[in-house]
Design a protein around this ligand. Structure first.
Ligand code: IPD
Ligand code: CA
Ligand code: CA
Length: 267
């Protein structure tokens, strides 16, 4: 792992880039911007692309030689020990519709291990940050996962993949089981913010299928550093390159696993 001082420097630069990109998102929301289609319901706006360019240019200027894995541009300099994993605008469908629920997500991996995570929700001016081993913070104040149990009293969240209408692995059976077992299930449309909210104790759990590393990298580190648990949906070790994530406050994790198992047998 890099030294504490180095981590602080990475975190400061990523935070500044996230704030700058968030400012741009806030200025452009509810205005005119071009929208392209990546799939039949999978959008990308010119603001997604502008934010990604901005973030990569700031990070590349500060840390020449570091690698990148970014949603719109893909991988660059993949032989570096450092890899910035970037979702310039998580919640693009919301953004394109003027639904103000989206964020910037930036993580740094060092030799395959999550080292830094930053999520910025510009509409609430909330910056969630974490460094490996250093705890998790919201606007500089420490955050912890909730202590709420059992699942019946918990508020959890999920989302659905863009190929929901074409593939059987569409998360509906899971949604059904969790909606029956929990106090409530939210589906707000920004995976990174769902994870940040688990870290901050505003949600008690979160699961989803078919996410990409840029959706989950920063949020996974935030949940772990806030004292939560992150596994795959069989309860085994999870990496951001895996297919199915389950993140929680720890206390409701096993009950969520059981609900997902029930859904699996119903699939
Ligand atoms: C999406 C959001 C959404 C999740 C999708 C993601 P995007 O990311 O995180 O909540 O359900 O699976 O692809 O496209 O808005 O960056
Ligand atoms: Ca995303
Ligand atoms: Ca995105």
């Amino acid at each position: 792992m890099p030294t504490e001082q180095e981590l602080e420097q990475f975190l400061a630069t990523a935070s500044a880039a996230a704030l700058e990109a968030g400012k741009l998102q806030k200025e452009r929301l509810w205005g005119d911007f071009a929208i392209d289609f990546k799939g039949d319901i999978d959008l990308v706006t010119e603001v997604d692309r502008a934010c990604e360019e901005l973030i990569i240019s700031r990070l590349a200027a500060a840390f020449p030689g570091h690698g990148f894995l970014a949603e719109e541009e893909g991988a660059k300099r993949s032989d570096s020990r450092y890899k910035w994993i970037i979702d310039p605008l998580d919640g693009t469908t919301n953004f394109a519709h003027g639904f103000p629920w989206f964020c910037v997500s930036i993580a740094l991996e060092f030799q395959g291990e999550l080292a830094v995570g930053v999520i910025y929700h510009c509409m609430m001016d909330e910056l969630f940050t974490a460094c490996k081993g250093g705890g998790a913070f919201l606007n500089g104040r420490p955050i912890r996962v909730s202590t709420r149990t059992p699942l019946r009293r918990a508020l959890v969240a999920t989302g659905f993949p863009y190929d929901v209408a074409r593939d059987n692995e569409n998360n509906f059976a899971n949604f059904f089981e969790l909606q029956l077992a929990a106090r409530g299930v939210r589906r707000a449309g920004a995976a990174a913010l769902d994870l940040a909210y688990v870290a901050a104790g505003r949600l008690d759990g979160y699961w989803e299928v078919k996410l990409k590393p840029w959706d989950v990298a920063a949020g996974t580190l935030l949940v772990l550093e806030a004292g939560g648990r992150v596994t795959n949906q069989e309860g085994a070790g999870y990496t951001v390159y895996d297919h199915r994530i389950l993140a929680s406050n720890g206390g409701i994790h096993d009950e969520m696993l059981e609900a997902l198992k029930r859904a699996g047998s119903a699939r």
